[in-house]
Design a protein around this ligand. Structure first.
Ligand code: NDP
Length: 259
């Protein structure tokens, strides 16, 4: 953990919604959230709750599994309705846009327009639509407090991004296969930065987080970190975000990554 993170206080949200929680980082994120006693509702979203075996094994009554395909607006609307009924006038405190895909790209072979759009649809368009549709619930939570302070116990959006989305850090390494993925994460980061400035009046904190290179279906078996190791740092630090992190693109230690 960085010194920066050690100095920051944890602000536990009343409720958290995480997308893509049946496996990988989303599943690890939900497991780690159960260690925070003041969180009342943990909404664990996934496309196919019936087959989310690992998620169902987490024994914590605060977890509610929500069916959610982030590319399907009907599915998102239904999740908004379900969550709204549960949280009532408290609204939703924290939205974690985690679901993502990586479609490998090669400069030398043609990739169809459909594949390019699929990459953008999940990694760039879906977090944006999720934010739009959950905005009223996030605003409800933000409006429970007066003043213009920002914290994860007031209202927050965390986008799980990737260092690959940093345009300034493109140096030729891993260039080929990551090109489309990188573009999609840059677009998501661009939206978060714009939101942080133009929607400041809502008092909803927003940050883009890189979890590190993690052993998941996406990250592969040779990745640097286990899901548990990554989430042990990522989750507490996501709950440490404050006004200083608003609009930032940061790694799991809260160190700034250039856009
Ligand atoms: P995984 O491939 O292990 O998991 C991806 C998750 O996204 C699954 O739960 C999957 O659900 C879900 N998902 C895919 N499509 C949809 C959809 N249409 N609607 C809802 N959920 C969907 O990936 P990771 O856990 O590694 O990645 C999680 C996030 O972390 C991603 O945003 C990724 O870009 C980011 N990241 C990962 C890194 C790594 O090294 N692993 C590094 C940097 C960033 P299903 O099982 O139904 O497909």
């Amino acid at each position: 953990m960085s010194e920066n993170a050690e100095l920051k206080v944890i602000h536990e949200p009343r409720s958290v919604l995480v997308t893509g929680t049946n496996r990988g980082i989303g599943l690890g994120f939900v497991k780690k959230l159960t260690e925070f006693p003041n969180i009342r509702h943990i909404f664990a979203a996934c496309r196919d709750p019936e087959n989310a075996q690992e998620l169902k094994k987490i024994a914590d009554p605060r977890i509610q599994i929500i069916q959610l395909d982030v590319t399907n607006d009907v599915s998102i609307d239904s999740a908004v309705d379900n969550i709204s009924k549960i949280v009532g006038s408290d609204g939703l405190t924290m939205l974690v846009n985690n679901a993502g895909i990586l479609i490998p790209y090669e400069f030398t072979s043609e990739v169809s327009r459909e594949k390019i759009i699929e990459q953008y649809n999940l990694n760039s368009a879906s977090p944006l639509i999720m934010i739009q549709k959950f905005l009223p619930l996030l605003e409800k939570s933000a409006n429970l407090e007066n003043g213009d302070q920002l914290s994860t116990s007031r209202a927050a959006i965390v986008n799980i991004s990737s260092t690959s989305g940093s345009i300034q850090m493109i140096d030729g390494s891993f260039n080929g296969p990551l090109v489309l993925y990188r573009m999609s994460k840059s677009a998501m980061n661009s939206f978060a930065k714009s939101f942080s400035i133009e929607m400041r009046k809502t008092n909803i904190l927003i940050a883009s987080f890189c979890p590190g290179w993690v052993q998941t279906d996406m990250g592969g078996g040779n990745a640097e970190l286990s899901v548990e190791t990554a989430c042990n740092i990522l989750v507490p630090n996501a709950l440490r975000l404050d006004a200083g992190n608003h609009g930032q693109f940061i790694d799991r230690h809260l160190k700034v990554i250039p856009h």
